[in-house]
Design a protein around this ligand. Structure first.
Ligand SMILES: Nc1nc2c(ncn2[C@@H]2O[C@H](COP(=O)(O)OP(=O)(O)OP(=O)(O)O)[C@@H](O)[C@H]2O)c(=O)[nH]1
Ligand SMILES: [Mg+2]
Length: 501
């Protein structure tokens, strides 16, 4: 009976693989049109059309390899889980579940539908097959019952072409990987010109690699009828390289503009900045919204923020401060993808202070923490910035109080809830301390006549955090001001400092 069932299943699967050719990865353009476009990219007749031809060719490649044109996918998700030591099995299994949940959250962010999912446990990746025979059979059995599935997502960051090829042959469906998925999200969420350029740039290594892999596959398969020829690939690789150069140039222009703005900000000297960093969805934008009152619409989506934005807030001593919202981190994506976004984190490396927001309610919070720290270390942050970093445990409202004690790492975390407004005053106090220390600002008491030149200068150029009338002479006030060394020197050179503490 069992044998019969198995035989029937095998027949269904064999039929499915034959009856459903893998969806072709192609766009609306005919090969002839694409070749014309390519010729233009490689040998432009005039400068005016060159940029346009580059962009159009890039779109062709994206349609071809990233299948953007197909819109919404109906997915079956496979989360591989490799364990080398079977005694670690239990804890790895819960880690695998967290990874699967994160992958499902990534898919939800794109509003794609998940028709089914599975954890594929095995001792290690198996070369060209990636998945073991048993796991492949299990997925095939599940797919046989789900005819509406349009693609399989194998949530490993980067499939090799042969792995993709084997799995597509086995499943009879296109197979996507994590890099692909994250690129799609970046595409959807990029708003500014810089973010859009960064996304386009991070696509190029992926597209180039897919081209090389296709080329290698064609070389291996010398008897295939549909041969593209060496020139086909060479032309495309050269065009991609040209495109890469063009985007780098456009990006460096945008970066120069940003550097000018940053210099202006530091020239004014009155606006210390705090970079808010952390794992994606940890609550960075929510925290900045709570601290500044700006309406930022935080979303329960991964990579909701892809543009670095700056928001003005105020410290308890009334000094203005800028909070810099940054792109979130995530595990298991290739460094190339992070690298193209590292420039958006330049603002973080140049900040006076960093707040690291951790989602303490997340089951994977420890792993997320080490992932963020590893990425920050790779950014070459100044040692002092790393040491002064404030770490907050956000979403404390979701954590039962008895669990909090074990999570707060011996008091190293400041418990907060950005959405409930818990712990924010304490946090702002710590931010103030950190800023004063990092920027060499200090409190100075100045006695001056109300409405005098000194009085007006201080109100105009620095922060006056307290005003007291002088009990000995009601015409005078004692101002408690926050001043940097430079502001102090400017003030001294214009006025006599009456009293200082
Ligand atoms: N319960 C609870 N939810 C929170 C808290 N802080 C943020 N959230 C929710 O967590 C989700 C993500 O918040 P965001 O502020 O967008 O997170 P982010 O770190 O900016 O995310 P990315 O920009 O995608 O990296 C949203 O649905 C928030 O409402 C909190 O303190 N408690
Ligand atoms: Mg955000």
């Amino acid at each position: 009976m069992r044998f019969l069932k198995l035989w029937a299943q095998t027949r269904i699967l064999a039929f499915r693989a034959k009856a459903m050719p893998i969806r072709p990865l192609c766009s609306d353009h005919t090969p002839n049109q694409i070749d014309k476009l390519l010729d233009w990219v490689l040998d432009p007749p005039n400068e005016a059309g060159e940029t346009q031809a580059h962009a159009q060719f890039h779109r062709e490649m994206v349609d071809h390899y990233l299948k953007q044109a197909t819109g919404r996918e109906h997915l079956f998700v496979v989360q591989p889980l490799f364990y080398h030591d079977p005694t670690l099995h239990a804890s790895l299994n819960s880690q695998g579940q967290c990874k699967l949940d994160e992958t499902l959250a990534l898919v939800r962010t794109l509003e794609w539908q998940v028709y089914g999912h599975t954890l594929a446990e095995q001792t290690s990746a198996l070369g060209d097959n990636l998945l073991s025979f048993d796991n492949i059979q299990r997925v095939k059995t599940a797919l046989a019952k789900l005819p509406a599935v349009s693609a399989v997502l194998v949530s490993t960051y980067n499939l090799s072409q042969s792995q993709r090829h084997v799995l597509e042959e086995e499943f009879g469906l296109p197979v996507l990987d994590r890099y692909h998925l994250i690129l799609q999200i970046f595409h959807r969420h990029a708003r500014t010109r810089e973010a859009k350029l960064q996304v386009t740039l991070s696509e190029i290594p992926y597209l180039k690699r897919r081209l090389y892999q296709d080329m290698a596959l064609e070389n291996d398969n010398k008897h295939s009828k549909q041969r593209m020829g060496k020139l086909y690939f060479e032309k495309r690789v050269t065009a991609m390289k040209k495109r890469e150069k063009q985007i780098h140039m456009a990006l460096s222009k945008v970066k120069d503009q940003r550097a000018v703005l940053r210099r202006e900000r530091t020239k004014q000297g009155r606006f210390p900045s705090v970079a808010v960093v952390g794992y994606t969805n940890s609550g960075k934008t929510s925290l900045i919204q709570a601290l500044t009152g700006d309406n930022l619409e935080p979303k329960d989506k991964l990579f909701a923020t892809l543009d670095v934005t700056v928001h003005q807030g105020q410290l308890p001593n009334l000094a203005p401060v800028l909070f810099v919202d940054t792109v979130g981190f995530i595990s298991d994506i290739p460094t190339q993808l992070i690298a193209s976004f590292a420039s958006t984190l330049e603002d973080a490396t140049l900040a006076d202070l960093i707040i690291h927001v951790r989602d303490i309610s997340h089951p994977d919070t420890v792993e997320q923490n080490s992932n963020v720290l590893k990425t920050l270390q790779s950014l070459d942050l100044p040692e002092s910035l790393f040491r002064s970093m404030i770490v907050v445990g956000n979403k404390v409202d979701k954590v039962p109080s008895d669990q909090w004690l074990t999570l707060n790492n011996g008091g190293a975390l400041i418990p907060i809830s950005a959405t409930q407004g818990l712990g924010l005053d304490f946090l702002l106090g710590r931010v103030q301390q950190g800023i004063m220390l990092a920027t060499g600002r200090r409190y100075v008491r100045v006695r001056c006549r109300q409405g005098s030149e000194e009085y007006l200068w201080l109100h105009k150029f620095v922060t006056v955090s307290e005003t007291q009338v002088d009990s000995n002479d009601f015409n005078y006030v004692i101002l408690k001001v926050v001043m940097s060394q430079r502001e102090m020197e400017q003030f001294k050179s214009r006025h006599r400092l009456a009293h200082q503490s």
